[in-house]
Write a protein that binds this ligand. Structure first.
Ligand code: NDP
Length: 278
């Protein structure tokens, strides 16, 4: 029986996950099906139950995207430490009546930075813009890479400060750097080697109030949004920074989920090239 997977979101029509996972399956010879499912905004748990029931024992897992990652966290009957730290789940596994929750976003970002972009976060001064779900998911994986510093800057300064404090106090976690939280105005006079935009500002074309002086020479500017040139990317490019969008992160977080489910790690380079139309 073919093992069944799906991605749940609202909206979901734009999702590249079915294509990515079918390319992974073809490449690794895994017998799976993967579909995109639109869940009602108040119907996430019901949509998961319906998927499991309809699959008649062949549902093995699901990816979860906006706006359901926090709900998926609550739905999971057990969670990985990285999902606990993120407070959000993007990967569910169905096994023996239990629902496992994981978060592969941070691993996906770090892999894209290190493997695809040759940008090792170790020793870098990192600025993380945003304090929403995507930012939460990448903080611990970034800290575990031993950066020189990690500053979280957000439009709502209190959210950034709260998030920084939370990750500074992570129990039993061997990280040497404690993140700092600030608003955009607190960035004057500071410079960073790696700036990651985890805000959704670029989706609507909004310009971040980011001083141009934050881009250090040879800075890498990473935009989590993909498929468009955002104002953040334009600003970074104008300073001479090296710029990347979030397509690599999307493919790498999917590969990590595929590995969680199937125990096989697909090659991501050909899939990334296919998505870019190369
Ligand atoms: P959330 O809604 O949880 O958080 C949005 C964040 O963006 C908040 O910090 C918010 O600040 C900030 N923000 C929104 N609009 C503006 C603005 N005009 N100016 C300044 N700050 C703004 O979203 P997520 O964290 O889930 O997602 C963030 C982005 O990351 C999305 O665009 C998503 O597509 C992308 N993403 C990409 C992934 C990939 O694989 N490439 C994976 C996951 C996410 P405030 O707190 O002040 O409201």
């Amino acid at each position: 029986m073919t093992d069944r997977y799906a991605v749940f979101g609202n909206p979901i029509g734009h999702s590249k996950s079915p294509r990515i996972h079918s390319l992974f399956a073809a490449q690794t010879g895994q017998d799976i099906s993967y579909q995109a499912i639109l869940a009602e905004r108040d119907g996430f748990a019901a949509a998961i139950s319906a998927f499991i029931a309809a699959a008649k024992g062949s549902a093995r897992g699901a990816n979860v995207t906006v706006p359901f990652k926090a709900e998926a966290f609550r739905l999971a009957t057990w969670r990985t430490p990285r999902a606990e730290a993120a407070g959000a789940v993007n990967t569910l596994s169905f096994e023996a009546g239990a629902i496992g929750g994981d978060n592969t976003d941070g691993a996906g970002l770090v892999r894209d930075l290190k493997r695809n972009l040759g940008c090792d976060p170790a020793g870098r001064r990192i600025l993380l813009l945003g304090a929403g779900g995507a930012a939460r998911g990448v903080i611990l994986p970034l800290l575990l890479e031993n950066p020189a510093e990690l500053v979280i800057a957000n439009r709502s300064e209190e959210t950034a400060a709260r998030l920084a404090l939370e990750f500074a106090r992570l129990p039993g976690c061997a990280v040497s750097v404690k993140p700092d939280g600030t608003g955009f105005t607190g960035l004057g006079g500071r410079q960073f080697d790696l700036i990651i935009n985890a805000t959704s500002a670029g989706l609507g074309g909004a310009v971040l109030p980011l001083p141009t002086s934050v881009f250090a020479p040879r800075c890498v500017a990473y935009e989590m949004v993909y498929g468009r040139e955002t104002p953040f990317m334009q600003q970074a490019r104008a300073t001479g920074a090296r710029v990347a969008d979030g397509l690599g992160m999307l493919v790498e977080q999917a590969a990590e989920a595929f590995f969680v489910w199937r125990g096989v790690r697909p090659h991501t380079a050909p899939v990334l090239a296919a998505l870019k139309g190369n």
